[in-house]
Every structure is written in structure tokens, then in C-alpha cells.
Design a protein around this ligand. Structure first.
Ligand code: HAM
Length: 418
């Protein structure tokens, strides 16, 4: 038997309503913030991610699904959404358009990682990007949007924030980190030994307990910020305070993608297991120019939808119930079956959720099925009913019956609404 690939997901009909619910909530919050939906391709030129996400990131170094197409071009299934959206901004000449440009998306992403609860190789993100606003109020707005989506879903999450500075202040911090970690090099894990050479800041968020302990004593990015970055961070935290959004300053939060500048943030749900980051984001002022566009500041975030599902389940948040049929029509015999199928079509056109038998089942099995699918009412049509054009409409929750006319869909629809 052919099975799905390790790390991919079948989201079965019982689970899709929770996904749709998350999407609905996220969309409605985005609309309130003036964000518009964007859709970009599932695969892009590999170079986009190598340049955009960054050659020292784990994502580019070891997690991409890269392949050659029939014309020998190197393509990659998107490991995240920001680089594609940034490319589209440049390609469609929108960097000099009406700014800020505020965009949101729902996408599938692909990363070759070890699958576990909350981590898969194909996964789903809800993300937002804002282009053109450089100041800290933009960062506060982006965080407030993520915060509102999470709150509106009823999820409890901790907000962690940090500033990793800009190309002006980062070199001094990088040097300080190199000096600090040099004393501990033997004790660091193999990955961090490599990071020490390519991107020492990444040692700060290593999950290994030994590296973590060493990182706790490392020079903090916040102590090396230039005046502009320092002021930016102070205004951001003042905005969050004024908006009543609680946060924790986490000096070890540096994020795994290379494009970030200044603000970085994550929302964490400790209760959902090892993969507890439900949302990650930050400012990325250098990405558009890195990709060949003009200098254009930007900030955004993405949430892992399967992690939001875990968080919703864990905190017992209420998910709206799945709709059940208003009516199930049970025909007896071939003539009635023919009539039932047309009548059901007519009701559906009038906006009624109607079902009828198309399996040729006995009346008993039809009633069992109607019960299983949660039909609110049933209507049995036999030859007598066909002749008179009238049948008993049975309310399945209280057993009450009343005679209704089913000569045409309009009349029956009116009876159902009565
Ligand atoms: P990221 O932190 O790599 O950021 O991913 C964002 C979120 O996607 C994570 O917090 C997590 O919830 C979810 N996620 C990541 N990898 C997996 C996986 N293998 N399985 C399940 N869920 C996963 C970005 O992708 C940035 N593009 C976010 C951003 C947008 N920054 C600025 N704008």
C-alpha cells in the first residue's frame, strides 16, 4: 500500500473545521488591521531562499526541498513565506507604491526536519508582512495583530521579544560573542562549534542544555544596540505597555532566519510540547534590497497552524460546531428516489443544507444514516406521499411531526424555516 511521506499530514474531515476556524479568525483580525491577502507560488528559484533566508540558516543549509526541473533550473519548495512575498513586492513594482503595503497569507511550507508533535515536513503557516514602515509603531502594530489573533482564538501564549540590532551595531556584539564563547568552545555542541564561525548569535538559541547554560552568561544583544536601535526598542516596549500587551524580554531570542534586524519576537505555548513556538517574526529591513529591490523597511510574522490547533485543543478553547443537514429526505422506491434527488437539488439552490438517499438503502438504514449525520429533520417519501404531495416532516431532536407539502422546493423550504 502506498502511504503518505513521513512528516506530511492528512488533515481528515473531522479536523478540517478547526483549521477553517483558525483561518476565519485570522482573516477577520487581518481585515481590521487593513491587511490584504496575497498568494505566491509554492516553488521558487532556490537562489531566492539562499539569498533571502540566508546561507548560514539551518533552513537553507539542511532543510530545503530542492530539485532540478526538466530545464535544469534549481527550484525549492518554499520553506517559509516571507522571501516569496518580498520577491513579489519587487517584481510587481510595489516598493514605491502606496505604503505601507500590508499583506497576509495562508500557505503550505516544506522543511526537511525530524518530524515530531507540532513539527512536520510539510506544514501550514498563517503569515503577515508589512512593507514601508520603519518606525517602532509599525513593530508594535505587527505584534498587536499577532497578539489579537492568538487572543481571539482563546489561546494562552507568552510573548517573548528582543532586539538583535542592525548592521551598524551587530559587529561589536558579534566580536563580544566570539570572545565569550571562545572560552567554552570545547563544551559547545558540534552545531554550535560551526555556528561560532558562521553566525555566533545563533549559539544563543541552541536548545542543548549545555550550550543553553553557557549562552545564559553571554553578552546580550540589547547591551550593544546603537542609539537608533536602542530608541526603537524602547519605543516599542512603551507602545506594548500602553496597549496592555504583556511581554517578556528574552535576551536569548535571536530567531533562526538570517534576514532579521532590530525587533524579533515569538509567542510561546509551553503546554503543547517541545515545539512550543506558535508564532515567530520580526523586522527585516535589509531583505528587499538583498533581493535586488530598493531599501524598504519591513516587519511580519508567521504562525504554525498545526501548533495553533494543538494549543487550542490544550486550552480547551471552544470551536464552533460543524453544520449538520437541515433535512434528510428518505425515498422509498425508484420514483420517490428520482423525486427526492430533484427536490434536494432545489432546496440546496435555496440555501438549505439538504441530503437524500443516493445509496439505495432500506428505510431502516436510511434512518440510521440520518441520525449519524445529525440531520435536524427527516421526510419520508413513499408512493402515497408522492401522490398526495404531502409528507410528515419529523423533527429529530423532539420527535414532533407535522404534515408539509413538498410539491416544490420553495414550499418545503418555507416549511423548514417556519
Ligand atoms: P519561522 O519561525 O521559521 O518564521 O516559522 C514561523 C512558525 O511556523 C513557527 O513559529 C512555527 O509555529 C511554524 N513552523 C515552523 N516550522 C515548522 C514545522 N516544521 N512544522 C510545523 N510548524 C512549523 C518564518 O517562517 C518567518 N517567515 C516568519 C516571518 C514572517 N518573519 C517575518 N515575517
Amino acid at each position: 500500500m502506498i502511504q503518505k511521506m513521513r512528516g506530511t499530514l492528512d488533515i481528515m474531515p473531522e479536523e478540517t473545521p478547526i483549521f477553517s476556524y483558525i483561518e476565519k479568525v485570522a482573516r477577520s483580525v487581518c481585515e481590521r488591521y487593513g491587511y490584504k491577502e496575497i498568494r505566491t507560488p509554492t516553488f521558487e528559484a532556490t537562489e531566492l531562499f539562499a539569498r533571502g533566508v540566508g546561507s548560514t540558516s539551518d533552513v537553507v543549509q539542511k532543510e530545503m526541498y530542492t530539485f532540478e526541473d526538466r530545464e535544469g533550473r534549481s527550484l525549492t519548495l518554499r520553506p517559509e513565506g516571507t522571501a516569496g512575498v518580498a520577491r513579489a513586492m519587487i517584481e510587481h513594482g510595489r516598493c514605491g507604491g502606496v505604503l505601507p503595503e500590508k499583506l497576509f497569507y495562508f500557505i503550505n511550507c516544506f522543511r526537511y526536519e525530524a518530524p515530531q508533535a507540532g513539527r512536520s515536513r510539510e506544514f501550514f503557516q498563517f503569515g503577515t508582512e508589512m512593507f514601508g514602515a520603519a518606525g517602532p509603531h509599525a513593530d508594535a502594530t505587527v505584534i498587536a495583530l499577532a497578539h489579537d489573533v492568538i487572543k481571539e482564538l482563546g489561546i494562552e501564549a507568552e510573548l517573548h521579544i528582543n532586539s538583535i540590532g542592525c548592521p551598524n551595531c551587530r559587529p561589536a556584539h558579534r566580536d563580544a560573542l566570539k570572545t565569550y564563547f571562545a572560552d567554552y568552545e570545547d563544551k559547545l555542541c558540534d552545531t554550535c562549534k560551526g555556528r561560532l564561525k558562521t553566525n555566533p548569535m545563533r549559539v544563543l538559541d541552541c536548545k542543548s542544555p549545555i550550550c543553553g547554560e553557557i549562552a545564559n552568561g553571554a553578552p546580550r544583544t540589547l547591551d550593544y544596540l546603537c542609539d537608533e536601535c536602542d530608541e526603537h526598542f524602547k519605543t516599542l516596549t512603551a507602545d506594548l505597555d500602553a496597549m496592555g500587551i504583556k511581554y517578556k524580554i528574552n535576551p536569548r531570542l535571536v530567531r533562526g532566519l538570517d534576514y532579521y534586524t532590530k525587533t524579533v519576537f515569538e509567542f510561546i505555548c509551553p503546554g503543547i510540547g517541545a515545539q512550543s513556538t506558535v508564532c515567530g517574526g520580526g523586522r527585516y529591513d535589509g531583505l528587499i534590497s538583498e533581493l535586488g529591490g530598493p531599501t524598504l523597511p519591513a516587519a511580519g510574522f508567521a504562525m504554525g497552524i498545526t501548533r495553533l490547533v494543538l494549543a487550542l485543543e490544550q486550552c480547551g478553547a471552544k470551536i464552533p460546531e460543524v453544520k449538520t443537514p437541515d433535512l434528510y429526505i428518505a425515498p422509498l422506491g425508484a420514483d420517490a428516489a428520482k423525486h427526492a434527488v430533484t427536490l434536494t437539488h432545489g432546496l440546496r439552490k435555496l440555501g438549505i443544507f439538504a441530503e437524500c438517499d443516493i445509496m439505495g438503502r432500506s428505510l431502516k438504514s436510511q434512518m440510521k444514516y440520518a441520525d449519524k449525520i445529525g440531520a435536524k429533520n427527516t421526510l419520508i417519501i413513499g408512493s402515497g406521499e408522492l401522490e398526495s404531495g404531502k409528507a410528515n416532516l419529523r423533527n429529530m431532536s423532539n420527535g414532533e411531526q407535522r404534515e408539509v407539502s413538498f410539491a416544490n422546493a420553495e414550499e418545503l423550504a418555507a416549511e423548514l424555516k417556519a
